[in-house]
Design a protein around this ligand. Structure first.
Ligand code: ADP
Length: 285
């Protein structure tokens, strides 16, 4: 976006098609581009995206996360970088914030005066902002780019599907009670219509393991997720327990995988990350 001279106060926008081309070429620096989706909010999508990013970094991969959930993402919180802010370089490009283990993070929340400031944008503006966000960032090369999408298959999801070149695949995050046939079906048909591979489903808040006796309780109910996933030609990538350590780490302002590496949730997340690496990088050989 360019602001014209002082005599002409109108804002001149770069034409969308050239921005889209710029966005596409900027993202060539990543080998694998994965979008993270959910059917509804509150199932832990931002938490799972952040932890997959950190887990990949723990496994030695260079990772970036783009927060396209402009209204509801908490990526900076889960990575413990809520107090950081984006800066621009001399070319006016946005510099990603460097998170733990060198994870590059780009988030609208990190451009606001304060994290409590609401983002009041209508759909078309969200789409435009996302294209600008992708096109105007000085990304450093890496193996993985994870894109955290808002719940559902609305403007942001469509924009990302159109702008991001050769998406490696989509991960659907859900909770057992939200793992309905309709949600998996919607995600599967969204992915199919944009020729994006559905890598699989992450069932978050899947169970609770008693820290005293080790008994497992399915607090949110059982879903028959495997059956549902296979019906839509996908798989369950992992099941992450409800774990008090998640919110304890959040309260400490530190990422779970680094603050509580021995927690049940951390162990399950690392298994999930290894599975993702196996599927994504297994295709290379
Ligand atoms: P979404 O992005 O789907 O809206 P968030 O990632 O913001 O959801 O998570 C919503 C809330 O649930 C957060 O307070 C988060 O700490 C909590 N949460 C997510 N996953 C777990 C889990 N496995 N165990 C305990 N709390 C969790």
């Amino acid at each position: 976006m360019n602001v014209s001279s002082s005599s002409d106060k109108r804002v001149r926008f770069t034409p969308v098609f050239s921005l889209i081309n710029e966005a596409k070429s900027k993202l060539e620096v990543f080998k694998y581009k994965i979008i993270v989706m959910s059917g509804k909010g509150g199932v832990g999508k931002s938490f799972i995206t952040s932890m997959i990013a950190l887990g990949l970094a723990l496994r030695g991969r260079r990772v970036a996360v783009m927060d396209a959930d402009v209204h509801g993402s908490s990526i900076p919180l889960f990575l413990g970088i809520q107090g950081e802010r984006h800066y621009a370089n001399e070319r006016g490009e946005i510099l990603p914030v460097e998170g733990p283990l060198g994870v590059q993070v780009v988030a609208v929340n990190l451009m606001l005066d304060s994290p409590e400031t609401p983002v009041i944008w209508r759909g078309p503006l969200v789409g435009r902002a996302i294209i600008e966000l992708v096109a105007r960032v000085a990304w450093s090369p890496g193996e993985y780019l994870l894109i955290d999408l808002p719940p559902g298959t609305g403007d942001a999801a469509i924009t990302i599907a159109q702008v991001v070149p050769s998406i490696t695949g989509a991960i659907l995050v859900t909770a057992p009670n939200a793992l309905s046939e309709t949600i998996v079906a919607k995600a599967a048909s969204f992915a199919r219509s944009y020729k994006i591979r559905l890598l699989g489903v992450v069932e978050n808040m899947s169970y609770f393991k008693c820290p005293h006796c080790g008994a497992i309780t399915n607090i949110m109910g059982e879903t028959g997720g495997e059956k549902l996933a296979s019906k839509y030609d996908t798989i369950i990538l992992g099941r992450i327990p409800i774990d008090p350590a998640v919110n304890e780490a959040l309260d400490e302002g530190r990422p779970l995988l680094l603050a509580k590496p021995k927690s049940e949730a951390s162990k399950a997340i690392l298994n999930l990350v290894d599975k993702i690496i196996g599927i994504v990088e297994g295709n290379d050989s």
